[in-house]
Structures are given as C-alpha cells and as structure tokens.
Write a protein that binds this ligand. Structure first.
Ligand code: SF4
Length: 369
C-alpha cells in the first residue's frame, strides 16, 4: 500500500479476468463497482423502476432484481428497458426462468448451480447466456453448502465454502462457460473473509463480495465494512453489495462510503464540524443539504461545512471549498481564499457554485479559469 498524491491509499488489486455487465466492467482492473438489489415485487414494474432510479441517484453501478416465477419475466423485461442501470436477473430453482431472462435483456444472470438442476438444465442456461453475450454470477452460500462437503469438513467452514465455489466453477467450465463472477457469502464475517481469501488464492475469476443477512442500520453497515474492508485491503473484490434490511439506496450509500474510505472511489468528501456552543445555525441541516447537493459531482473535492466564524474559517480554508456559517450568513471559501459572504439561505448554492468550478478544473486542469 502506498499513498497517492491526493493522500489516498492505493491498494494493489488482484489480477482478475474481466467480464462486462452492460456498460460496467467487473474485474480486470476496472473500478470496484457497487451494486444493490431491489426489494419490491418485480411484478410491480413502476415501484421497481423507482427503486432502481433512487439507487442510481445514490451512486449504484448495477442493480439486481429477483425473478421468482416465469410470469415475472415479462415484468423483468419492462424493468430492464426502463432502468438507468444494467440489471442482473436473480433466479433460483427453475432453469427456464434463467433462460427466459437471458432472452429478456438481462445484463447478467445470478444463479446457484446447486439448485438449478442437472447438467442438462445448467447447459441450457449457459447456452442462453452465451447467445445473449452475458456473464453469470455463481453464488455459494453458507446456508446451502453441499452435504458431502459439510461432512468432510466437519461442518460449514471457510475451506468448505472455498471448495464448493471451486467445484461450481469447475462444473461451469466443463460445460464450456467461463464468463463468471463468483460470490462466497456467509453471515459470519471471519468465515466470509477466510473463504474469499482461500478461493482468491487459487482462481483468477472476479469476486462479488458481500456479507449475507447482515441485519439493518449501523450494525449491518459496520459488519459489512469490517468484512469487505479487510478483503478489499487485501486487493480482493471486484464488485460489492452491502446487504441490509434497509432500502437499496442505503445499501449503496454504505458501499460507496466504504470504497471512498479505502481510496477506491473518487468523490467529494464532506467535512462538517461536530458543532458546539458557538454555533448559531442549524448546521446538521446545512451539512446534509450540502452532502446531497455534492452527489452530482465525482471529483475528489474536500468540502468543509463549519458552524462558526471563529474556528470555522481555518478548516474551511484548508478544504478545496468551504463555508463558515454565522447567524443568518455564511462566509464562502475556495482554495484557501475567502470569497464572499452570503445569506444563510443561499449558502449551499454558493458552495456548490465553487465546488462545480473546482471539479471542472480538476477534470480539465488546462481549461481557462
Ligand atoms: S467550528 Fe465553531 S461551531 Fe464548529 S465545533 Fe468548532 S468552534 Fe464549534
């Protein structure tokens, strides 16, 4: 690990075979992508598309939708054509649904070959994916490990999960398919980490990381960040999903902050003070508004929102863009310079004007100012 010029950490990444999911590459040195899963009934096309749009606005790269029945394939097709993101079809038990989804525009299939049927059925899915030119994610889960592996390993273990994944990949390869992404998930963080490390040591296939049944809120976010963070710092992981019993956009937000924290994704970084007795504004609201507005930008801007005109300017000056708020007004800073004072109601827009200008400069440093 070494710090880059922006002070971020750059982690050496594992070399993996790339696959394309719509216009998003997974593996092969592509940026680690963030995905989520819709939680609506896929038959409710409008609600599902709305959830995908919110996920896209939160920064998701990919989204997955369950297709639980053959009747849902038509709805999936309509969701796919209205979606701003590539959509992965999540199919269990019935190979005919997977085949139909490949023909209905799915950008990737997610199956568990262990429950999709015999080789003949799996070969039909593979043929459909090959014709559609889409990859398949094969998932191994601690809850559905093969019995012979459980017996031989004396229970559900990390080594057993890695063996199951390797066996699944071998089965797919025997049937002539290698456009694979692999996931090995458990609800237990150390087991997930150990299983992914073991598999990564013996395969060059891209890995989808996640902790299953992580719970909700803060506990789920920390649990996923702990497990996925360790693996990502090892250079393991090409796409991630933070599973939470919360809306998909919350999953995306945690995933994106996880990648940003590790220097694996660029984006504005908001610094806001904790406030104290000197603060004379509703800084929490101001900071939240600024954070929401900054989502339109991808540049690695440091943006400070400070709660007073005493200590605030120091921090605001050190950021790329900043404001120091006082009663009814705010002082705006950019690149260390104090620019102007604006009414508090215009503070976020004034901050954003400067943020957009600096973000453009960062993208095109030779552009005239
Ligand atoms: S910037 Fe001002 S309001 Fe915020 S914590 Fe520091 S002294 Fe308090």
């Amino acid at each position: 690990m070494s710090p880059d010029n922006a002070g971020h950490s750059t982690w050496p990444r594992r070399d993996t075979r790339p696959v394309e999911v719509g216009d998003v590459a997974i593996g092969g040195g592509a940026p680690v992508s963030v995905q989520t899963m819709t939680k609506t009934d896929t038959l409710d096309v409008a609600a599902t598309v709305a959830q995908i749009e919110r996920s896209a606005a939160a920064g998701a790269d990919l989204v997955r939708a369950a297709v639980p029945s053959i009747e849902a394939v038509d709805a999936f097709e309509r969701v796919r054509s209205a979606s701003p993101l590539p959509v992965i079809a999540d199919v269990h038990f019935d190979h005919r649904i997977a085949v139909a989804c490949a023909g209905a525009g799915a950008d990737k299939l997610r199956i568990n070959p262990g429950n999709i049927g015999d080789d003949q059925r799996l070969a039909r899915v593979i043929e459909a994916a090959t014709q559609a030119g889409i990859p398949i994610r094969v998932g191994v889960n601690s809850g559905s490990l093969e019995e012979d592996i459980v017996e031989r390993h004396g229970g559900v273990t990390a080594a057993g999960l890695a063996e199951s994944a390797a066996r699944t990949v071998e089965r797919m390869r025997r049937l002539g398919f290698e456009e694979l992404v692999v996931s090995i998930k458990a609800a237990d963080v150390p087991m997930t980490v150990a299983a992914n490390r073991a598999f990564a040591g013996r395969s060059d296939l891209p890995l989808h990381l996640g902790i299953t049944e992580a719970g909700f809120g803060c506990a789920a976010a920390v649990k996923s960040a702990a497990g996925l963070g360790v693996l990502l710092a090892d250079g393991i992981g090409d796409t991630i999903r933070v599973s939470m019993t919360d809306p998909p956009e919350d999953e995306v937000e945690v995933g994106i902050w996880l990648l940003r924290s590790l220097g694996l994704r660029d984006g504005p970084w908001l610094i806001s003070c904790p406030t104290c007795g000197r603060c004379r504004v509703d800084l929490a609201t101001l900071a939240r508004e600024a954070e929401a507005a900054l989502r339109e930008l991808r540049a690695p801007l440091k943006v400070a929102v400070m709660g007073c005109e005493v200590n605030g300017p120091g921090e605001a000056r050190q950021a790329d863009v900043g404001l120091a708020a006082g009663r009814g007004r705010a002082v705006i800073f950019a690149r260390g310079q104090q620019l102007r004072t604006v009414p508090i109601g215009e503070a976020v827009e004034a901050l954003m004007q400067e943020a957009r200008r600096i973000a453009e400069d960062m993208q095109d440093p030779d552009a005239p100012h």
